[in-house]
Design a protein around this ligand. Structure first.
Ligand code: MLC
Ligand code: AMP
Length: 507
């Protein structure tokens, strides 16, 4: 096949009048119109000087054009690099510079702030706004609605997704066409997606879940998506009766359960609810079934691996577990010290191997070697166990990571900013339970001798450097941090101490 990713997911729908996207305002976009939009954008990418293998960095609001940009990149053999809209200019500069992206596409409102950086790097900026306007669309308008897909091999790179690390320096996970395609085809079959499906899509499209899982699965099946700009409870409740399936992070489901309008009747015709990106509490799973009669299907994945495991479509969807390894994916539980496989039932680190596992971190051979073994097994950093029936349960993390509303936050990145602030000697950032986001960020500070850190000024500095979802929701000043005999900060003690900081008061 000339371009496996484009041909299999997109190209085979050419000429189809079937609706692909149903938008919030009721308008629909057919497959044919969507693919014409993508082809026009592909011409613009080429005109901007991008060649196969080059990166295009994209920080834009969710829109049909934003999704068409992904299709266009696949079609032109360009590596797609989507970025969270919450990232600050500081964060964005790192991603663009590290990836060597020659073209950055951003909202017009951010163009002024980002132009000096792009000028310094010798790259180009085009704009795309939430309503589809901007210089990208202006340029695309005059272009032909057909574009011959650039020949690609399934081992060629299709996307870079940046993921933070325990050292505070983000790593570009290199995903090949095969990584994306194999997972999309496996999931579409495993979850029984067909051309009759209508997926309620309220996830962002700059991460694995909304972009590769939700979108690629729909494309692979030839279904449609109700494409909402973001999770909006009122819209979800209004539109749910038109959908057959929904994918979300646990916060979606807890928010739905908190709303009395979310009833058994409203969900009656739905075929499937899928959850992932963060742990779904067994209580939520049970409450959801009691309310709707549906058992949420929980699955487990990562930026580096796409999806690894899933509860069964038919058969028992077991609360608190992430199901079985997907077809083609090998999963083992190993001893973190020796790397030896552990017996059934024992807790160890989760390692996975398969066509879904990424190629490595961009220009970080040591980090790649530390996490991706020579035999192809990737050390996920998650701790888990497999029970006698084969169900995998995630019991914790071997990495210092907070997951808030489905977004990953590495404490180190925040600690580096806090430690630099006047009056701060050192800091420890932890995740504590949060009723809406599952976990949230709390910062514990130790003051320099005789000083009182200005918490408002610290808040401002954090805001300048880091995306909103990473901001500590509370800063606490203490005399000293608990340490073990080796001098390592005992975050488990801090997590225990502040575990109720965001819990609703009882009674
Ligand atoms: C928004 N805010 C968050 C946040 N999302 N803060 C912490 N964590 C989050 N996840 C900020 C807002 O900027 C706002 O700031 C305040 O918190 C309250 O916002 P909100 O209006 O309540 O939030 P909302 O916009 O409704 O967003 C919440 C959400 C969203 C859960 C719907 O975060 C979301 O769509 N999450 C999905 C993330 C996702 O796709 N993850 C997949 C990663 S891929 P202020 O200033 O107003 O207080 C992956 C692999 C895999 O993990 O397995 O899938
Ligand atoms: P990311 O790096 O954003 O792709 O996030 C991947 C991480 O999210 C995994 O390593 C897990 O820690 C977590 N994760 C994803 N799905 C689940 C799930 N169903 N249950 C628990 N944790 C999950």
């Amino acid at each position: 096949m000339a371009n496996p990713l484009y041909d299999t997911l997109f190209g085979r729908h050419l000429g189809s009048a079937k609706p692909f996207l149903r938008l919030a305002d009721g308008a629909t976009l057919s497959y044919s119109d969507f693919l014409a939009m993508a082809s026009r954008i592909a011409h613009v990418l080429v005109e901007c000087g991008l060649e196969p293998g080059d990166r295009v960095a994209v920080q834009v609001e969710k829109s049909p054009e934003a999704l068409a940009l992904y299709a266009a990149a696949a079609q032109a053999g360009i590596v797609f690099l989507p970025l969270n809209t919450a990232y600050t200019t500081d964060e964005l500069s790192y991603f663009v510079e590290d990836s060597g992206a020659k073209l950055l596409i951003c909202d017009s409102a951010k163009q002024g702030a980002l132009t000096p950086m792009m000028d310094r790097l010798g790259g180009r900026i085009e704009t795309l706004n939430a309503d589809g306007s901007g210089s990208l669309s202006d340029l695309a308008q005059a272009k032909p609605s057909e574009f011959a897909p650039v020949a690609r091999d399934e081992g060629d790179l299709a996307a870079f997704l940046y993921t933070s690390g325990t050292t505070g320096r983000s790593k570009g996970a290199m995903l090949t066409q095969k990584n994306l395609l194999s997972n999309a085809l496996t999931l579409a079959e495993h979850w029984r997606f067909t051309a009759d499906d209508v997926l309620l899509h309220a996830l962002p499209i700059f991460h694995t879940h909304g972009l590769f899982v939700a979108t690629n699965v729909t494309l692979a099946a030839g279904g449609s998506m109700i494409f909402l700009p973001k999770f909006d409870l009122d819209r979800i409740i209004e539109l749910l009766p038109q959908a057959t399936a929904m994918m979300g992070v646990p916060t979606f489901y807890t928010r739905l359960l908190d709303d009395p309008r979310f009833t058994r009747d409203l969900a009656q015709h739905m075929r499937l609810f899928i959850s992932g990106s963060a742990p779904l509490l067994a209580d939520t799973h049970i409450a959801f079934e009691e309310r709707t009669g549906h058992r949420i299907l929980e699955r487990y994945g990562m930026t580096e691996t796409n999806m690894n495991t899933s509860n069964p479509y038919e058969g028992e969807r077991r609360a608190g577990t992430v199901g079985f390894p997907l077809p083609g994916v090998e999963l083992k539980i190993t001893d973190p010290g020796s790397g030896e496989t552990l017996p059934v039932g024992e807790v160890g680190q989760i390692e996975v191997r398969g066509p879904n596992v990424f190629k490595g971190y961009w220009q970080m051979p040591e980090k790649t070697a530390a996490e991706l073994r020579e035999d192809g097994f990737f050390i996920t950093g998650d701790l888990g166990q497999i029970d006698a029936d084969g169900y995998v349960t995630i019991v914790g993390r071997n990495k210092d990571l907070i997951i808030s509303g489905g977004y990953n936050i590495y404490p180190k990145e925040i600690e580096l900013v806090l430690d630099e602030q006047p009056g701060v000697l050192e800091s420890a950032v932890i995740g504590v339970p949060h009723p809406d986001f599952g976990e949230t960020v709390l910062g514990v500070l130790v003051a320099e001798k005789g000083q009182t850190p200005d918490l408002d000024a610290i808040d401002k500095a954090v805001k300048q450097s880091l995306a909103r979802f990473k901001h500590p929701r509370q800063l606490i000043v203490v005399d000293e941090l608990p340490r073990n005999t080796m001098g390592k900060v005992q975050k488990n003690i801090l997590r225990e101490r502040y575990k109720d900081a965001f819990q609703p008061a009882e009674g």
